[in-house]
Ligand binder design. Structure first.
Ligand SMILES: [Zn+2]
Length: 356
């Protein structure tokens, strides 16, 4: 049976949550999504469930990662050509396994396939996939949502649910594009890669972002307003603090004065691309009400209109509530975003609390 409209919408909503809230410590999950989508296109087309042997997925991984086992040369002065880091910690097992095949003399993937060590390498990669991305891919907001395949999976296979392969085929271009963009952003954001690719961030800031001088101004004001405490956890800020976009930049890439908060680097990183939980939302609304004048007068470089900010925030939370997103509370803790968030913002329409 071909998946109906409702099933497809559900699938897309889960997928969106996975990109927004899934924890991507390494690039494996992007690779797994791309592999599943490609294998769905390349396998015999049926609407039923699809059994994918781990070793077949592992071969896809080898294909995807092979070009990236070469040192990357950015051409930027002062950068060091090296193999890109696919993980925020030590290099991933998949890259290391493939590098061994290069050391054994393979220049191309086809040559690697003919080496004696190939099947062992594929088994190693298959094991890694099973222990890492297959386990964590469907983990969204700390909860396992097995909308793609059965988990735990039977040994040696991933079994895509009825209709999933069909939807992966339908949405292959979208999944491919989102995974690629996420993968590139992950590599770029990884501090271990800075020496290899150079300060790409500066180019991006130059083209679309916020001038550094203005950010210094934001930091200074927010330190005063927040009594030098982290907006999220309330502990004291060190010398270094991050200006965080309360409504994440990926959801609304525009600098609004009222949308800035100052936070620990750690808190900022943990919140990542998520919306903040209701408690933070309440604090944010109150802060903007209280310091509206200061934000307007001192951050005049930015659009400083509290109503506009509230409308953007309402829109972002409404989207989140509709697709069942979780809001970030602290550390790795998240909670479902409910209609109460929307009610909370509604009470602050026109920048003033309506009912108090
Ligand atoms: Zn903090």
């Amino acid at each position: 049976m071909i998946p109906g409209a409702e099933q497809q919408l559900n699938f897309l909503q889960h997928l969106q949550r996975l990109f927004d809230e899934g924890e991507f410590v390494a690039t494996y999950k992007y690779a797994l999504l791309m592999a599943l989508a490609e294998l769905s296109v390349e396998s015999e087309h049926s609407e039923g469930q699809l059994v994918l042997p781990m070793t077949v997925i592992a071969e896809k991984f080898a294909e995807l990662y092979w070009p990236q086992t070469l040192p990357y040369t950015s051409g930027v002065t002062g950068t060091i050509p090296e193999v890109l880091n696919q993980n925020q910690g030590k290099q991933t097992a998949v890259i290391n396994t493939l590098l061994k095949l290069r050391l054994d003399g393979a220049t191309t993937l086809n040559q690697a396939k003919k080496l004696a060590g190939w099947s062992k390498a594929i088994r190693t990669i298959a094991r890694t996939i099973s222990e890492m991305p297959a386990k964590y891919l469907q983990n969204v907001g700390g909860v396992q949502i097995p909308f793609l395949y059965q988990y735990p999976h039977p040994p040696g296979n991933l079994i895509l649910h009825h209709g999933v392969a069909s939807m992966l085929r339908t949405f292959h271009p979208l999944i491919h594009q989102l995974s690629r963009a996420g993968w590139v952003a992950h590599i770029r954001k990884n501090k271990l890669n800075t020496e290899i690719i150079g300060q790409v961030d500066e180019l991006e800031a130059f083209m679309f972002g916020t001038p550094r001088t203005s950010l210094a101004q934001v930091t200074e004001l927010l330190r005063k307003i927040q009594s030098n405490k982290c907006f999220y956890c309330g502990s004291s800020l060190a010398n270094q603090a991050d200006v965080d976009h309360f409504v994440p930049w990926v959801k609304y890439p525009r600098d609004l004065a009222h949308n800035f908060v100052l936070a620990h680097m750690q808190c900022n990183r943990q919140k990542s691309d998520m919306l903040a939980a209701e408690r933070h939302l309440g604090n944010w609304l109150e802060r903007n009400l209280r310091y509206d004048e200061d934000l307007k007068s001192e951050l005049s470089n930015f659009l400083a209109d509290v109503d506009c900010s509230n409308r953007v925030t309402y829109w972002a939370y409404k989207q989140g509530v509709t697709i069942g997103s979780h809001g970030w509370l602290n550390g790795r803790t998240t909670e479902p975003l409910g209609h109460d968030c929307l009610k909370l913002i509604e009470t602050f329409v026109d920048g003033r609390p309506r009912f108090k």
